[in-house]
Ligand binder design. Sequence first.
Ligand code: PRP
Ligand code: URA
Length: 235
Amino acid sequence: MEPREFPNLTVLSHPLVDDKLGRLRDAATSHKEFRELCTELATLLAYPATADLETRETRVATPVDWAAAKSLVSVPLLVPILRAGLGLVPGFHALMPQAQVAHVGMYRDPDSLQAVAYYANLPDDLRGRRAFVLDPMLATGGSAVATIDLLIDRGARATDIVVITLIAAPEGCGVVAEAHPDVKVFTCALDRHLNAHGYIVPGLGDAGDRLFGRGAGRKPETHGRKPEAQGGRAT
Ligand code: PRP
Ligand code: URA
């Protein structure tokens, strides 16, 4: 389904997605089940989100005869946004084990809600690469836009970038659509709105904490220094 106000957004509508999403949202769901549900939902999202990958004609020898076949032309790149994006990698790898993974670290400043980049380990040249930006939550859209900007800086085309998210807020969808109208976004749900703390309502809470527990600090450090002491941007 494509909500009319966001032509670049696809909201998956499927009984299995709805069932899993309900369990994902449930505050009583354990970390273990939460991680499993993220994996399963990521696989379900990967299916439509990869429908236009380019293939080339090939042929294989079956035990009986030659058969026409198709194989993917290029190796897709997965770009999970640390931390919570890591929860979507296994579900994508289930369908595309050959996909390469490049990591981007972003945290949201709790006061300004601005995305702060603290880590980026990407291929130098992304020309012609299909890149899937993985992050379970699209809230203000700041983390997604900052990540898309990093990919475009390295030569990726907006039409080759796809954002994969489990729950999206209208505010974030608007921000991504305005900054990068050619970037497609796939989600399992378009929720109501953001609250005063920038959390998606009804959402599922803090995706990183629900995946990994409250083991991380609110502001990641790089080389023992807070990112803002380095100018706030990672290179
Ligand atoms: C969360 C989430 C997204 C971001 C979304 O990350 O995983 O990356 O917020 O918010 P936005 O659309 O307003 O930018 P968080 O900063 O909590 O970091 P974490 O994944 O390390 O917990
Ligand atoms: N990040 C989260 O983890 N959850 C939200 O609701 C918004 C941003």
